[in-house]
Design a protein around this ligand. Structure first.
Ligand code: NAD
Length: 408
């Protein structure tokens, strides 16, 4: 069977290209000129130092499957794993939840930084595709899986729950079947702080009941956690589920507030403030999240769920003030009512991740926004990336789904 391995970096496609074709990269002969490399990649120098943990970290070389490796978090994890000497196999369907050129650019950066034969392989595929994924697991000699692929975003999941059921629940189940069958040493997957729903606690702890998800996205993540327990129970698969708290930073998702605010304030455009500005979130800088993911990957626990966040909240008002400070521009604010499905306050209790993984965030929100604004001004203001956030998913517009459920 023909494998869908992309042997060289994809050229960036124009918006008219058939981005739904699985082979469109491999088959492309006349490519449009590549987009220049935008700014620097994430700086991992200040990731937390090693701490002693009950499960000692696996030290040797790994060959890691990173699903969703073209996305924001997946590409950053892949970058770090490659930088420390591991080999990485990426699977990503490259859906257009947000501008596909951003994902293509993430892959380009990785391929340019790691051109050596065999270090990095990239497959364009739906993780639910039985043929491609079955062959990939049979042939790629994988030992470790870092599962970041998912439909993300709360509000779009209310409009279109079925793609969330497909990618998140069916996709995760399919991967765990394959992991159990192929003796994978550790399966680490992305859950979300959204599972805490309308909880009234100040710090969300893993011990809380999360039986009341308030969006299909949150419910899909909770379902993954439940199924993960079942796969651990049935097949002794080592599994860690990681509940990320709003992740931001260089190459961040354009549908999320940190990117949108920095972009719109920089361009003198109005921003939407949902609620009175007192709602608060635990925003986590990308290098801290990568640190937590890799710590979990290196330490195979039987079955655990960990919060990964900064461990302190920032109000929307403070957030907007910092964006103004680091972009040097005044924000034009339109106050909007609270959004259905949004969680009013999220703050991670990260004591469990600290105890089991030695995890501790290092980048405070001021520094994180400073770095993100700096990256934005190098990558976007100079028009190296011409992404139009008004056309991105979640909020101001919605890219249609590229997943054709009828074909799966
Ligand atoms: P992202 O959208 O940038 O990356 C997800 C990637 O998965 C995309 O590139 C997408 O094309 C791919 N994908 C989706 N469905 C797929 C499928 N069926 N087959 C193959 N690939 C598929 O999102 P992100 O911000 O990098 O999020 C990574 C993970 O972290 C997701 O599981 C998300 O739910 C979770 N998460 C993110 C945040 C955050 O703040 N960014 C917070 C909580 C949880």
């Amino acid at each position: 069977m023909k494998m869908h391995h992309v042997s060289s970096m994809p050229a960036l496609c124009s918006s008219d290209d058939d981005t739904n074709s699985r082979d469109s990269y491999a088959d492309q002969t006349a490519s449009p000129p590549p987009m220049p490399r935008p700014g620097s990649m994430v700086c991992f120098d200040d990731m937390a130092e090693e701490n002693e943990t009950a499960v000692p970290p696996h030290q040797g070389h790994k060959r890691v499957l990173v699903t969703g490796g073209a996305g924001f978090i997946g590409s950053s994890v892949a970058e770090f794993l490659l930088s420390r000497g591991d080999d990485v196999v990426i699977v990503d369907e490259m859906n257009d939840y947000y501008d596909v050129r951003i994902k293509e650019n993430n892959l380009r950066l990785l391929r340019e930084a790691y051109p050596e034969e065999g270090r990095l392989k990239i497959y364009r595929a739906d993780i639910c595709d039985e043929d491609i994924m079955g062959t990939l697991f049979a042939e790629e000699n994988l030992g470790w899986v870092c599962h970041m692929a998912a439909r993300a975003g709360v509000r779009p999941s209310i409009q279109d729950p079925y793609v969330y059921i497909h990618s998140n629940i069916k996709g995760t189940t399919h991967l765990m079947e394959l992991c159990a069958k192929h003796g994978i040493k550790n399966f680490v997957f992305a859950s979300s702080s959204s599972v805490y729903g309308g909880s009234k606690s100040t710090f969300f702890s893993e011990e809380e009941s999360v039986d009341n998800p308030v969006s299909p996205y949150a419910a899909s993540k909770k379902a993954c956690e439940l199924l993960a327990y079942t796969y651990h129970h049935l097949y002794n698969l080592n599994i860690s589920g990681l509940r990320f708290f709003t992740v931001y930073g260089p190459r961040g998702r354009p549908d999320m507030a940190p990117f949108k605010f920095i972009d719109r304030v920089s361009r003198g455009m109005e921003i939407q403030q949902f609620g009175d500005g007192s709602s608060s979130r635990d925003y986590t800088y990308i290098s801290d999240i990568v640190d937590g993911i890799v710590r979990a990957l290196d330490r195979p626990h039987k079955y655990e769920v960990f919060n990964l966040g900064k461990g302190s909240g920032t109000s929307l008002k403070e957030f907007i003030d910092l964006v103004q400070e680091h972009t040097g521009k005044d924000a034009i604010i339109k106050v909007m009512p609270d959004q259905p499905g949004d969680v009013p306050y999220t703050c991670a209790d990260v004591s469990k991740a600290h105890k089991f993984l030695g995890y501790k965030s290092k980048i405070d929100f001021n520094e994180g926004i400073r770095r993100t604004a700096e990256w934005y001004s190098s990558a976007y203001s100079t028009k190296q990336l011409e992404i139009c956030p008004e056309l991105q998913a979640n909020g101001l517009g919605r890219a249609p789904s590229m997943v054709n459920l009828a074909q799966t």
